[in-house]
Design a protein around this ligand. Structure first.
Ligand SMILES: Cc1cc2nc3c(=O)[nH]c(=O)nc-3n(C[C@H](O)[C@H](O)[C@H](O)COP(=O)(O)OP(=O)(O)OC[C@H]3O[C@@H](n4cnc5c(N)ncnc54)[C@H](O)[C@@H]3O)c2cc1C
Length: 376
């Protein structure tokens, strides 16, 4: 019998659990998932939540009910230490305070919002990387009447899609006010658009979409500090704002530091089969992984597929052979004909496909609904 322990209940953890539950004999092996959250949250819909286009109940579901329904044990708690020599994980939480033994462990604990790297972020900036934060930002948008709205990303904030989608949603919300000049929208990136999207050359299409919506986009603004009125950069920019939404810097989880499996930003180093360097029977998937470029849910899902396939092979005594390929497949929903679909190979820039049109806005909406219905 093998015990498979999955730490984290986001896209990476959930899909690893689902794929394993489909592919191994659950009367012989046990799959356990540990999460500090009782709910799964469909993050790509948080921009819609902020703008009142859906409710919290539409984009979250009960993890315990979902997992128990597919024969996976759910533990409400958080892992605080891994003991690779004993093959145990120390868990603290409602369901358990103690150790869980494992034969295989999957780290799927996502990224940390490292706001401490940008002085003034906590005091002055909004973000939308969680249900509560998205709702708070939505409240501020509803109360906003006139002035300059700045949305953007701090250095290492590896999530360009919601920056763009927030700017487009704001432009739709304040169309009349932008017309009479009482509201202005600026988007700032710490680097070029190409760098923000892992090397994909979509700047012409995205710039024309921003221009079409009256949005002013600024590149190479590496935010270094935020005051109550201005965003300051290490290159000398001082940008006034009245409402501010930023993606903070991302880091991995410091809790893993002592294991010697992480890079300088605490992300976990893995090979192409999603196996952790220097951690026997250890796999990692999702935002916690030390791959280059932006971090996307569809990457977490594909990495989870690879990890689950390889664990199932190992359990059956076969060599793991599934390989992950690092690519972007994303829709930037501009809410109309400027919506963009991008398919780009980060490890091979010959794979490049870009399409534009209203259909991509509908397709993203439909895909999100189908994904939530299928996994709920
Ligand atoms: C606003 C927004 C919009 C987005 N839009 C898109 C999009 O359009 N397309 C796209 O592909 N991606 C998008 N993403 C990115 C996508 O949501 C992430 O890449 C994805 O959630 C990563 O999945 P994950 O499982 O690695 O991490 P997460 O989903 O962050 O899950 C990690 C889980 O681990 C848990 N955890 C943390 N610490 C511990 C611990 N010590 N013990 C146990 N559990 C722990 C957390 O509570 C969490 O449940 C968006 C993200 C946001 C925030």
């Amino acid at each position: 019998m093998a015990n498979i322990l999955i730490l984290g209940g986001g896209f990476g953890g959930l899909v690893t659990a689902e794929r394993l539950a489909e592919s191994i004999d659950k009367s012989q092996h046990q799959i356990t998932l540990v999460s500090p959250n009782m709910n799964f949250t469909f993050y790509p819909a948080l921009v819609h939540l902020a703008f009142g286009e859906c409710d919290e109940g539409d984009i979250t579901f009960d993890l315990r009910a979902k997992l128990e329904g597919i024969g996976v044990r759910f533990v409400h708690g958080q892992f605080i230490r891994l003991e690779p020599h004993k093959k145990t994980a120390r868990i603290a939480g409602d369901d358990l305070n103690g150790d869980i033994a494992y034969d295989y462990v999957v780290l799927a604990i996502g990224r940390r919002l490292a706001t401490e790297h940008t002085p003034g972020f906590f005091e002055n900036a909004s973000h939308l990387l969680g249900v509560r934060a998205a709702k708070n930002f939505g409240d501020k948008v509803r109360d906003f009447t006139d002035g300059t709205i700045v949305v953007g990303s701090c250095p290492d904030g590896r999530l360009p899609v919601p920056v763009c989608e927030t700017a487009f949603a704001l432009a739709r919300r304040f169309e009349a006010e932008m017309g009479d000049g009482s509201v202005r929208i600026k988007v700032i990136f710490p680097e070029s658009l190409q760098a923000a999207f892992g090397g994909a050359t979509l700047h012409k299409e995205l710039e024309s979409a921003f221009q079409h919506h009256g949005i002013n986009v600024l590149y190479d603004v590496p935010i270094s500090e935020i005051t109550a009125e201005q965003v300051l950069s290490s290159d000398g920019h001082a940008i006034d704002y009245d409402l501010l939404m930023l993606v903070p810097p991302f880091r991995g989880q410091a809790i893993l530091g002592e294991l010697g499996i992480t890079d300088e930003h605490d992300f976990v180093k893995v090979d192409g089969q999603m196996r952790i360097h220097d951690l026997e029977k250890g796999y990692a998937v999702g935002d916690i992984v030390a791959f280059s470029g932006p971090k996307f849910a569809h990457m977490a899902v594909r990495q989870a597929d690879v990890a689950a396939t390889n664990i199932a092979a190992e359990i059956e005594g076969r060599a793991p052979t599934a390989e992950y390929y690092h690519e972007i497949a994303a829709v930037i929903d501009a809410g109309g004909p400027d919506s963009i679909f991008l398919h780009y190979g980060i490890w091979d820039d010959e794979m490049y496909r870009l399409k534009k049109g209203h259909v991509w806005s509908w397709a993203k909406d439909l895909h999100d609904k189908v994904w939530r219905a299928r996994h709920n």
